[in-house]
Design a protein around this ligand. Structure first.
Ligand SMILES: [Zn+2]
Length: 424
């Protein structure tokens, strides 16, 4: 393994500090973080924990630009979903792997060192319920790109509450819980233990009947795996759930699942505030996907309300219509400024937004995915993003303003590279 890293600035405990040395051990973990006066190995570079993309559907990268023609004035999430299903029917093994590599490469270029791939496009051939052929392609694509992967394997068995799967949805078919878990065991034998792990997904209240959701979640807990689920992205989902179950989707989760910090709800765009208060009390988490939520016209979650209750928010690139963690962070804050006509929605007790936003993009994402990454701290994965201090967009910024300048005033041109497990 290469020697210690001494960058001009290093993000440690929420500050960019000078004179810090970071050691990396043979397993690609951080062995020490301490003061050093030795010569810099990385002058004019700021070393930050690598960004953690907690929610991606890699294949949707192929929809970029394609879902952006609007024949009617009332197009929304549901008409976009039809375009997505059109793509799903076209894909084969070669194209799925190629698109995943393309998406994962783009993620690394924008500073992401881990991706949580919320994977529901399972089958190449759908005869007899499907062949799960696309699952291992995600493992292979991530290995090829050198991005850390948490493959969040989705269970998806209904086309809507009490509805059969549609034609395109056959490729998502989770079959039954027994088949799902036996495929998980097969995948467990294929993961690269240092760079990859598995997590569990109940796709949404639309796609999994509650009785099965309960069993899926219980098994994930007994295996100590993280559990992710799309929750309340659209009002129509909430209405359908209330009609069938007499509760909101979050209400169903609170009523039927024993939620804990291993659970992450993705979106929570339209979550009722009293539901959210009860949800956060369980220690469970929220993942926002600001660029995708903007692209799909979903709406804005109550970020200040979640933060005020100590809620832990992570971020995902979701549809990959645009892959940029800097822009995701920016839009979390700016969306609220536009909505509330106030500034500083993501401020902490010191009035700073940079620490809160960077925690969303790093530490909270790693925790949501069940990996020890997202901090420049001993024993954590040596995953870093390197920021070019000579980038014109960052020139003349003071050390203490640099992180906020990067989030609000820069784009990928300031990213000099990434390291995963200590390797460039
Ligand atoms: Zn999603």
């Amino acid at each position: 393994m290469s020697g210690p890293i001494r960058a001009e600035l290093t993000w440690v405990d929420g500050e960019l500090l000078r004179g810090i040395e970071v050691g990396v051990d043979d397993l690609g973990k951080i062995s020490h973080v301490h003061k050093s006066d030795d010569a810099l190995t990385h002058p004019r570079i700021a070393l930050l924990p690598g960004f953690v993309n907690a929610h991606s559907h890699a294949f949707q990268r192929a929809l970029r630009g394609r879902g952006e023609r609007f024949d009617r004035p009332d197009e929304d999430f549901w008409s976009w979903r039809e375009a997505m299903y059109g793509l799903v029917e076209e894909l084969d093994r070669e194209s799925v792997k190629r698109i995943a590599i393309q998406a994962f490469r783009e993620m690394r270029r924008c500073g992401m060192t881990t991706v949580g791939e919320f994977h529901y496009l399972h089958h190449d051939c759908t005869d007899d319920g499907g062949d799960w052929a696309f699952d291992q392609l995600m493992l292979e694509a991530a290995s090829e790109v050198g991005i850390r992967l948490v493959l969040l394997q989705a269970y998806y068995v209904t086309g809507g509450i009490d509805q059969r799967l549609g034609a395109a949805q056959q490729r998502f078919n989770g079959q039954n819980l027994e088949a799902y878990w036996s495929n998980m065991d097969r995948l467990q034998g294929m993961v690269d233990g240092r760079m990859q792990r598995l997590g569990v997904v109940g796709h949404s209240i639309r796609a999994v009947p509650v009785e099965q959701l309960v069993l899926l979640h219980q098994e994930s807990q007994s295996r100590d795996m993280v559990f992710h689920m799309h929750v309340e992205e659209q009002p129509a989902e909430i209405e359908a759930c209330q009609q069938t179950y007499g509760l909101t989707p979050t209400g169903v989760l609170l009523d039927r699942l024993s939620l804990d910090s291993r659970f992450t709800a993705v979106h929570d765009t339209h979550t009722d505030s009293s539901d959210m208060a009860r949800y956060l009390q369980t220690g469970a988490r929220v993942c926002l996907c600001p660029l995708t939520e903007a692209n799909l016209g979903d709406g804005l979650a109550d970020v200040p309300g979640i933060l005020a209750q100590g809620g832990r928010i992570c971020l995902g690139s979701d549809s990959n219509a645009r892959i940029s963690m800097l822009e995701e962070m920016r839009l979390v804050e700016y969306g609220q400024r536009l909505k509330l006509q106030k500034r500083g929605a993501c401020r902490d007790e010191d009035g700073r937004i940079d620490r809160v936003l960077l925690d969303m993009a790093t530490r909270h994402g790693a925790e949501s995915l069940g990996i020890k990454a997202g901090s420049v701290a001993v024993d954590h994965e040596a995953d870093f993003v390197l920021i070019d201090l000579e980038s014109p967009t960052l020139q003349d910024c003071r050390d203490e303003d640099l992180a906020a300048a990067m989030m609000l005033g820069a784009s990928e041109e300031c990213i000099a590279g990434t390291m995963v497990a200590g390797r460039a």
